[in-house]
Design a protein. Structure first.
Length: 257
């Protein structure tokens, strides 16, 4: 991370404190090419702060497949995005952050196993935290929930995690979504429970690539679970998920005032 990026992130964290969402940053959890994750404390307990990297530093090379089917009304905006101008990249960055919040709220309220968003649900509230997304920490400050890709599971736990992961993908499909990056790298494991993460790239059936993305998710899940002793092929996973999607939905969560 450059000195300028570090300074920008410090400015964002100060703004989150000023807004009252965060009282203390405990530790940096993970730094990737797209975002840096921090463990923090806030008025509602432990917080995961996902702070997206500077728009020039991030990679948008594959995002068009997820955006296919979306309507951009203004020709100028569409040209800026397609041309990867600075204004276009900034629009993509804002859209990426807003999409993660919006999807988190929809999925959490629908009862899916996802982290609880801590800002919103009105866009006016969560756009003020840009370029950060705040959600409830899965695990504890001392023992943050690992990704399933990093977890050590016994055979019984592996079967349970597999079943929960299939069910989670089916719940997404029932709502009309393909995750776009569904594997053990975007599934957390805490107290024998799977939690789905990473939602900005969710695609709907309006996306002409929807079936391909869904099939890719099925194959990614099957491939990534082999380390846990689960052996399945993408086609059988897809059929199982489609069958499960016809079943009952989870109990919706109530949004308290």
């Amino acid at each position: 991370m450059t000195a300028d990026e570090d300074s920008d992130q410090d400015d964002v964290i100060r703004r989150l404190r000023d807004l009252g969402h965060v009282t203390e940053i405990i530790a940096e959890l993970k730094s990737g090419k797209e975002a840096t994750a921090y463990v923090a404390r806030g008025p509602r307990g432990s917080v995961l702060v996902k702070l997206y990297r500077d728009l020039q530093a991030r990679s948008f090379k594959d995002d068009s497949v997820y955006r296919a089917g979306q309507v951009i009304i203004k020709d100028r905006d569409r040209r800026a995005i397609e041309g990867r101008t600075r204004a276009g990249l900034e629009m993509l960055q804002h859209g990426w952050v807003a999409a993660e919040y919006a999807h988190l709220w929809e999925l959490w309220q629908a009862g899916l196993p996802v982290p609880e968003p801590l800002v919103g649900p009105h866009p006016y509230d969560y756009t003020a935290t840009y370029p950060a997304v705040l959600m409830r920490l899965i695990g504890t400050e001392d023992h943050v929930a690992p990704r399933l890709s990093d977890a050590s599971l016994n055979p019984e736990q592996a079967r349970s995690a597999w079943d929960q992961s299939l069910q989670g993908m089916a719940h997404l499909l029932r709502l009309g979504y393909a995750h776009g990056d569904y594997s053990t790298y975007n599934l957390l494991w805490q107290e024998d429970t799977v939690t789905i993460i990473d939602f900005p790239q969710l695609s709907t059936r309006q996306n002409p690539h929807f079936r391909d993305l869904l099939a890719r998710d099925a194959q990614s899940l099957a491939t990534s679970f082999r380390k846990h002793g689960i052996h399945a092929d993408g086609q059988s996973v897809l059929r199982d998920v489609q069958r499960r999607a016809l079943g009952p939905a989870p109990e919706p969560r109530l949004l308290l005032p």
